[in-house]
Design a protein around this ligand. Structure first.
Ligand SMILES: Cc1cc2nc3c(=O)[nH]c(=O)nc-3n(C[C@H](O)[C@H](O)[C@H](O)COP(=O)(O)OP(=O)(O)OC[C@H]3O[C@@H](n4cnc5c(N)ncnc54)[C@H](O)[C@@H]3O)c2cc1C
Length: 338
């Protein structure tokens, strides 16, 4: 059953805290309800699917039918001596799913603790943190094909996962509702503690022989200290992707800025932290009205209270222009602009 509400406030349903209203709003609680969407559609047939609203910026009042995905459920579909396969409803809260896996010793997902949002959104931008991306753990993505009016799925290799990217952000954009994601997780820990300062954090915690829960606790401690909590100050995490540039471009930057950080991204490319580029352009801690650049983490744009989506968007444009002028690199927004 699909219930439609009119002029529904979305303030609490997007982590930037933008004060917008959905002209029509429904909650999708079971995947079977996808089959009645076409016949139940109000005036607007175009859909905007909402998970946790933690990767979107509303720059205007939406004119679509907003569907909040709350399809729940975690099912063990298969296991062998080394692995488990889980099917997880798209509306499950990501961090709760991570904790569920940790409590059962399902390994590989622990570095992704505390990322906001839902399980169904995870494949869309191939979420990642601390050296792990979900493309390493996803077996299959199930979705409702809006155009064809049928259920379908894609195996991992057909999802065309890339850095904060997948087929769901490209050719399939706007054409699907993800209903469930199948995960393949290991029964044996293979800890990945080399990224960021996980090792230092574990030492600080006095842990010599860490397990997956310890790694998740370390990640949670680091993230909590570093990133602004959207419940306190509106934000959507990293606003920009880290640019991958030709090695020659990086070498030219390095010639002028010996300290410029860079990480190998294949043979010909270097990934430069966007935060460093933004900081070099003096944006760190910048504030205009209620729109700002976080004082500790310049990759994060923040709403201190009553900034509008277009003010945040304008700030992001100014940042892109100044980084381009100084370094000749065009930053790409990671956040979905509505
Ligand atoms: C403080 C903070 C820290 C963050 N840290 C990280 C990080 O470390 N790594 C990282 O990768 N990301 C990070 N993010 C970004 C965000 O958490 C992820 O992108 C997350 O996957 C978004 O999930 P969501 O459910 O909130 O998606 P939403 O913001 O609701 O939606 C994002 C996009 O996906 C679409 N969508 C959502 N669900 C569905 C569905 N079921 N079917 C079809 N389309 C759908 C929406 O229409 C929209 O286009 C961070 C965000 C915040 C606020």
């Amino acid at each position: 059953m699909i219930n439609i509400e009119k002029d529904y406030p979305l303030d609490r349903l997007n982590t930037f805290g933008m004060s917008v209203k959905a002209p029509w709003f429904s909650v999708l609680r079971q995947k079977e309800d996808c089959t009645v969407l076409a016949s139940a559609a109000p005036e607007s047939k175009s859909l905007l699917i909402l998970g946790g609203g933690s990767n979107m910026l509303f720059t205007r009042q939406p004119d679509q039918w907003v569907i909040k995905n709350e399809v729940k459920g975690i099912e063990l579909i298969r296991e062998d001596a080394t692995h488990v396969w889980l099917s997880v409803g798209a509306g499950e809260v990501w961090h709760e799913f991570v904790l569920y896996c940790i409590s059962r010793q399902y390994c590989g997902i622990e570095n992704l603790a505390l990322i906001p949002g839902t399980v169904g959104a995870a494949p869309i931008q191939n979420i990642g943190a601390y050296g792990v991306e979900v493309k390493q753990l996803i077996d299959r993505v199930h979705f409702w094909d809006i155009e064809n009016g049928s259920f379908a799925y894609l195996d991992n290799e057909d999802c065309r996962f890339g850095y904060r990217d997948s087929i769901f952000k490209q050719t399939l954009k706007g054409k699907y509702i993800i209903t469930a994601v199948e995960w393949k997780l290991s029964k044996t820990p293979a800890l990945n503690t080399s990224y960021g300062n996980i090792k230092e954090e574990l030492e600080k915690m006095g842990i010599e022989n860490p397990g997956i829960k310890d790694v998740a606790d370390a990640v949670i401690a680091i993230r909590s200290a570093k990133l602004p909590d959207p419940k306190v100050v509106g934000n959507a995490g990293s606003f920009f992707k880290n640019p991958e540039v030709d090695n020659e471009i990086y070498a030219a930057i390095k010639a002028n800025y010996a300290e410029a950080p860079g990480y190998k991204a294949g043979a010909d490319k270097t990934k430069i932290p966007a935060a460093w580029l933004i900081e070099q352009c003096n944006w760190k801690g910048f504030r205009q009205g209620d729109a700002g650049v976080h004082p500790k983490q310049p990759l994060v744009l923040v709403n201190y209270g009553n900034a509008s989506g277009s003010e945040i968007f304008l700030l992001s444009t100014q940042i892109i222009e100044s980084v381009n002028k100084k370094f000749g690199i065009t930053l790409e927004r990671e956040v979905q602009i509505i």
